[in-house]
Design a protein around this ligand. Structure first.
Ligand code: SF4
Length: 452
């Protein structure tokens, strides 16, 4: 056990996750993105760890978080810590054989320091003996019992591809399915298949499964005779995916008649990979790590190739995986790519990506006390609107006490504008179609006259 001294006599003992613990310890993973993390649990388990995803999140979780984290901390850190302490207090886990895991991004925001919050909360709640594993690829904290190996990275990247694909197939088909519930049923079937494939499959089987999955979803009958406004969600990584964290925003939007688009998780991974490259470009820091990250992005692009082809072959109009270099280039008109804290420039870029793909309606979810994402989210909306006149963006705040009524009103207002804009666009299209039709009739008449 090593120790970290804080102010005064406050001392935190860092419990080490040893190699021996790997055999019989349960590792608890806090929820962040339900589709992806469901798969992540299977991927981590297949590498020999007894990982358990903490699926439940309730108001009690928030209250537990608030009890152990200072209330000026960002909302995601309250939720994450709350989940962990609640699980340890639940009596479900053997406290002598339980560890926690949390990611550390290595950036300037709290995501790097969650681990400190968590260790303090553990001490205050009487769980100082619980080891906390840091999941990071930037050489921060290391624990001898948990290693980021090539097979683990390979499985995690494949789980992100599966998660992104399942997410797209689910939201698009669910919005227009003729037989209610059909999409969810197929989604559940493929979720199980993907978990098995992540446990044991060759690269060839992985590739084939991508095409098979898209082909299966192609069979779902859709009724697109009445187009729905497409609404994209952007924002802080936990709040945009975590249904409890965002008060079920995707569900609410669907009820209001939208087709919901959620961003790919892989985009965020690629953005993280650009950090070292940008540092080196702007500050001349380290050429080698910059080169390595360029290779990493290339490898991810190769991994996504079959997903891109399978989606492009579909006529349903799915959003393709992002080209991070194109987005980086585009975003420079709005802000500097030196903005890397939190979701950094990528949050702004996601809005541009949506608009470029004819998704002008955007909900920007903003967690309480998240300064970095207020800068690159709410802070750029005016500049985006000036550049893209069709943009219909609404920032929505989320925090432990935020009024649900305010959130709902904002979302309903965005939907009213979205529906009006879509109706106007369809009218304009019909008028153009009628004009073209009249032109065609005129051309036929003229051709007939010439003949006679
Ligand atoms: S990005 Fe914002 S919400 Fe996320 S950890 Fe950092 S400060 Fe908290």
């Amino acid at each position: 056990m090593s120790s970290e001294k804080g102010l005064g006599n406050y001392e935190i003992h860092k419990k080490i996750f040893t190699k021996d613990m790997r055999k019989d310890y349960t590792i608890l993973i806090p929820q962040m993105a339900p589709i992806h993390f469901e798969l992540m649990e299977a991927a981590v388990r297949s590498c020999g760890y007894n990982a358990v995803l903490l699926r439940e999140c309730t108001q009690k979780t928030v209250e537990t978080g608030l009890k152990y984290v200072n209330n000026d901390a960002c909302y995601p850190s309250i939720l994450v810590t709350g989940q962990m302490i609640e699980a340890l207090q639940s009596g479900k886990y053997d406290l002598n054989k339980t560890a926690l895991i949390i990611s550390q991004t290595g950036g300037g925001c709290r995501a790097t320091n969650y681990i400190g919050f968590i260790r303090k909360a553990l001490k205050d709640a009487g769980f100082e003996n619980i080891p906390v594993i840091s999941f990071n690829i930037v050489g921060m904290e290391k624990m001898p019992g948990f290693k980021i190996t090539i097979p683990l990275v390979d499985k995690l990247l494949k789980m992100v591809v599966y998660g992104d694909l399942l997410q797209k197939l689910l939201t698009k088909n669910r919005a227009y399915e003729v037989h209610k519930g059909e999409t969810q049923k197929l989604f559940d079937t493929w979720m199980d298949k993907c978990k098995k494939l992540l446990t044991k499959s060759t690269n060839k089987e992985f590739k084939q499964s991508i095409y098979d999955m898209v082909a299966d979803f192609e069979k779902i009958e859709l009724d697109t005779s009445t187009p729905k406004p497409r609404v994209g969600i952007v924002g802080e990584v936990l709040i945009k995916y975590h249904p409890f964290g965002n008060n079920h925003v995707a569900e609410l939007l669907e009820k209001e008649g939208a087709e919901v688009i959620l961003p790919d998780f892989m985009g965020f991974v690629k953005f993280m990979c650009t950090h070292k490259i940008t540092f080196n470009t702007l500050l001349n820091t380290n050429k080698t790590s910059s080169k390595l990250m360029k290779i990493a992005i290339k490898l991810i692009d190769i991994l996504e190739k079959d997903e891109k082809i399978a989606l492009a072959n579909s006529k349903k109009g799915y959003l393709p995986p992002c080209d991070i270099w194109h987005l980086e280039d585009k975003v420079k008109d709005i802000l500097s790519i030196g903005n890397q804290t939190g979701e950094g420039w990528f949050l702004t870029a996601e809005m541009i990506e949506y608009i470029e793909h004819d998704i002008p309606n955007i909900i920007c979810v903003q967690p309480f006390a998240c300064l970095p994402n207020h800068v690159v989210g709410k802070g750029v909306i005016k500049a985006i609107r000036e550049k893209y006149s069709e943009a219909n963006i609404s920032p929505v705040d989320y925090d432990p006490g935020a009024s649900e009524t305010n959130q709902t009103n904002r979302i309903k207002l965005l939907m009213t504008v979205a529906k009006d804009n879509l109706a106007m666009k369809l009218k304009e299209k019909q008028a153009i179609d009628r004009e073209n039709e009249a032109d065609d009739v005129e051309k036929v008449k003229n051709a007939d006259k010439l003949k006679t």
